[in-house]
Design a protein around this ligand. Structure first.
Ligand code: GLY
Length: 352
């Protein structure tokens, strides 16, 4: 499947389950002092979760452009060095506003991944929240039992508050979550070391693809958790990661989302892109620089088109920092001396 078909299959699947498909909100957030950029698909629904606004529809799904470069969710320094973090990424999401809860969310995520996308079940791992005494939160045995219908127990793993209790920011909606991870390693490596020990261990071939959050609390300024008026579902699947897994690649940058940009950068710099380069190899810095440029120009292009120009303060300064990082890599490792970003940005539109 192409990236475009993969995105459409997600939206079609949830439309068939009664979800209304809504557009992505802008990346730049102008009306929430706790946030500069959209960092998750649920941001545009925050007031609904908090019970401050009624939901227009009980179930919605979308693909949301997100930027994780500031505040609680910040991946900037990983980008380019690894092959699965981005400054801007698309988050495929389905939401229930006080409608369905854990059972349907889990049933449907399994159905979509294994029946529609036909992912190999043996390579999938799921997690559940192990509880947290200090916060007074119990272990999520309901989620564990729901997964047990489909998943071998050796592939159902407990997770702590850092990985399995999702929070939008320092304050705001939050709740226990259940992640789905995919192990892309070759069979011989999988036989030697179980993927179970590599989940949430920063292994670049055992990566989280989807997070199902069961929204039940509001984190207040004093750090306490207040139960929400209703229970909701908030899910986020990393589109670029899903495409990589479905296209059988070991790097997000090897998919049809990024290859046109990467190949253009490689051609113009007169260097080859080596996806397999490792730290210490001669072409490692060049490969990192090409990934940085492709990722960053895409993020900057969409931030600008969504209303945030680079500037010297607040959100504008964050965009300027991304721009500077891209400039640094292009000069230092790829030898570009002339302005070049404008021609790459033409590709950005084709990636979303
Ligand atoms: N809100 C779900 C996530 O970002 O993982």
């Amino acid at each position: 499947m192409t990236a475009t078909q993969i995105r459409q299959a997600f939206l079609d699947f949830f439309a068939a389950k009664g979800h209304t498909i809504v557009p992505s909100a802008p990346i730049v957030v102008k009306d929430d002092p706790t946030l500069m950029f959209t960092n998750a698909g649920m941001n545009q629904f925050k007031a609904i979760f908090l019970g401050e606004e009624p939901a227009k529809f009980p179930r919605v799904a979308d693909t949301q452009r997100c930027l994780r470069v500031s505040g609680k969710h910040n991946d900037l320094e990983e980008v380019g060095i690894d092959t699965y973090h981005h400054t801007m990424f698309e988050m495929l999401g389905n939401w229930s506003f006080g409608d369905y809860f854990k059972k349907e969310a889990i049933d449907w995520s399994w159905e979509l991944l294994t029946k529609v996308y036909k992912l190999d079940k043996d390579r999938l791992y799921v997690t559940y929240f192990e509880g947290d005494e200090k916060e007074g939160l119990a272990k999520d045995t309901e989620t564990y039992n729901l997964w047990k219908q489909y998943v071998d127990e050796a592939h159902i793993l407990p997770g702590n508050k850092k990985d399995n209790f999702w929070e939008m920011g320092e304050t705001g909606p939050c709740g226990p979550c259940s992640e789905i991870h995919f192990d892309s390693r070759p069979d011989n490596e999988r036989k030697e070391v179980s993927g179970a020990v590599l989940v949430n261990a920063d292994h670049d071939q055992v990566i989280e693809i989807w997070n199902n959050v069961f929204m039940q609390f509001n984190r207040l300024k004093d750090g306490s958790l207040q139960p929400l008026p209703a229970q909701h579902v908030d899910t986020g699947m990393g589109f670029e990661r899903l495409v990589r897994v479905l296209q059988g690649k070991t790097s997000n940058y090897d998919t049809d989302v990024f290859q046109p940009m990467i190949q253009f950068i490689a051609e113009k710099s007169g260097k080859k892109y080596n996806s397999a380069a490792k730290p210490g190899d001669n072409d490692w810095s060049e490969a990192v620089a090409m990934r940085v440029m492709a990722d960053h120009i895409r993020a900057i292009s969409f931030a600008i088109s969504d209303g945030q120009l680079p500037s010297n303060n607040k959100a504008g300064y964050v965009i300027r920092r991304i721009l500077r990082r891209a400039v640094r890599y292009q000069y230092q490792y790829l030898g570009f001396k002339e302005p070049f970003f404008k021609s790459i940005s033409a590709f950005a539109g084709g990636t979303v």
